[in-house]
Design a protein. Structure first.
Length: 494
């Protein structure tokens, strides 16, 4: 039986065999059928060549596979630009749209099967018509713009996911495309919707599972969802990772794989630190901190649904699928060897200070201040409470005047803008605590406005002037690497 199995595994890797029959049940019996969600980011589906790599990665796997796809690299930016231009110059917006649509048609033209190619071309045009209608509505004015922007942006993932589903089918891999709006249900908040897990779970059970049971590779666009009334919503920039985690959690998948353009989560942003290295393993907690502090490779919300259900998240390079990538789970490497650095520009330090002269208000000052932040939808990067003030680090895009008005009865708000958060994370900070104390030596003359260890002993964060952030990341990374060499040498001498 074993030799037949191995032969079968081998032969299934050829395109011809894939075209002829489905073998899902066979592998389920052998225990090989991992339920996997594979998410491919924008660069991984940038053009026909990149999509061919996606098809090869998905085709080399067995068992229930759900593929979550981002828009083609740059498509979301182009759509946002189209939405912005539409208000001033609808003709120019339509021209930009035409160029973007052409880019999608160019990929569709590589589909071999004529009927499938024509159908795909028609689908691309159909989504493009929705964008044109959106441009016209924005140009006419007098409309609520955020819902229209969401419908425009959604086209990016609807196009790309349709294309990937067709390319899979063209290679003999039975695929089933689903409109993300019927799968990921949300609270309807335009631009940054939150998932409605109960409704999404129901949709996944009703739509995704039956297709997987028929041995189809399910393909769905990331980033996009729909609100309670069926209106199109998006999850926030970079949100396709989050879509993969939401769907993975609802499927109770064995793994959520994030396929991107780097070899995994690195010890620092490779654009800032050229010799950053791949972290083979990372804990959920550390990955969450890194992502929240600007490691763009993962959307910060990705970790929560995965961690809640104990599903490993694996970050891999679609250009180098032979590389193992980074595995993120509850344990991480567990060897006290991880140390990484990240930075996040564009944050403000906000002090909410209790007004002594204020009329008495119900509830404690801290509770009121926290509640006001939450009511205003402000998400806090890090914060600290002391006596009469709450100090929080928030994204600088928050609505300061709106927030001031909200707390005016009981507090003053002071803001320092133009800052960046720099964070160091990893279990080495616990196993070698002097790394943390010595780290302050590398700050040099950078002004440190705030220090936080609120994420626990495996991390610390400092708030500095924006211009100092990258230099500090590089110096901290060096500091950890030197420490690492010393530790390795000491171990070798023992
Ligand atoms: P995708 O389009 O696949 O979602 P992103 O551009 O969102 O890819 O994320 C991948 C990019 O994240 C990398 O190309 C890299 O420049 C950046 N990045 C920032 N910090 C890190 C880090 N610590 N590890 C890996 N990549 C990082
Ligand atoms: N296409 C969306 C963006 O560019 C979502 C994603 O790529 O994750 O933000
Ligand atoms: Mg991304």
């Amino acid at each position: 039986v074993r030799s037949i199995t191995l032969k079968k595994v081998f032969s299934l890797r050829t395109k011809q065999t894939r075209r002829t029959r489905s073998t899902g049940g066979f592998f389920v019996c052998l225990g090989e059928a991992m339920m996997v969600v594979l998410k491919f980011g924008g660069t991984s589906v940038a053009d026909a060549e990149a999509i061919a790599r996606v098809v090869a990665i998905v085709g080399a796997r067995r068992g229930p596979r759900t593929v979550v796809v981002s828009a083609l690299a740059g498509a979301t930016d182009a759509l946002l630009d189209i939405a912005a231009v539409a208000a001033m110059d609808a003709a120019r917006a339509r021209l930009s749209l035409a160029a973007l649509v052409r880019r999608h048609h160019d990929i569709a033209a590589t589909i071999e099967d004529a009927a499938r190619r024509h159908q795909l071309g028609a689908d691309i045009e159909g989504f493009a018509r929705t964008v044109t209608r959106g441009i016209d509505k924005i140009a006419a004015g007098g409309v609520d713009v955020p819902p229209i922007v969401d419908t425009l942006l959604a086209a990016g993932e609807l196009w790309s996911s349709r294309i990937v589903a067709a390319c899979l089918a063209d290679e003999g891999i039975a695929s089933h495309w689903l409109d993300a709006r019927s799968v990921v249900r949300t609270d309807g908040r335009h631009g940054s919707a939150a998932p409605d897990f109960a409704a999404t779970q129901e949709a996944v059970s009703g739509l995704v599972r039956p297709a997987l049971a028929l041995d189809r590779v399910v393909v769905v666009g990331g980033f996009v969802g729909s609100g309670p009334a069926g209106e199109t919503t998006t999850l926030g920039r970079g949100g396709s990772d989050y879509s993969a985690a939401i769907v993975g959690a609802c499927l109770q998948a064995d793994a959520i794989e994030i396929w991107t353009d780097v070899d995994g989560v690195l010890s620092a942003d490779p654009r800032v630190v050229a010799d950053a290295r791949v972290l083979p393993a990372l804990s959920y907690a550390d990955a969450h901190v890194l992502a929240s502090f600007g490691a763009k490779v993962l959307h910060p919300k990705t970790i929560e649904p995965a961690a809640a259900r104990g599903i490993p998240v694996v970050v891999r390079n679609s250009r180098r699928p032979e590389e193992p990538g980074t595995r993120i789970d509850a344990d991480g490497a567990g060897d006290g060897q991880v140390a990484a650095v990240a930075s996040r520009a564009g944050v403000s330090l906000v002090q909410i200070v209790a007004r002594r002269s204020a009329a008495p208000v119900d509830g404690s000052f801290a509770a009121l201040a926290f509640q006001s932040l939450s009511d205003a939808g402000v998400s806090v990067v890090v914060g600290e409470f002391s006596d009469d003030r709450l100090t929080v680090v928030v994204d600088e895009s928050f609505d300061l005047e709106g927030f001031r008005a909200r707390v005016a009865l009981f507090a003053d708000v002071r803001v320092r803008a133009g800052l960046a958060a720099v964070c160091a994370v990893g279990d080495r900070l616990t196993s070698e605590p002097q790394l943390v104390t010595d780290a302050f030596g590398v700050f040099n003359d950078a002004s440190v406005h705030f220090v936080s260890r609120s994420n626990g002993r495996t991390s610390f964060a400092v708030i500095v002037d924006d211009r100092d952030a990258h230099g500090l990341v590089a110096r901290l990374h060096d500091h950890f690497r030197v420490g690492m060499c010393a530790a390795t040498e000491a171990a070798a001498l023992r």
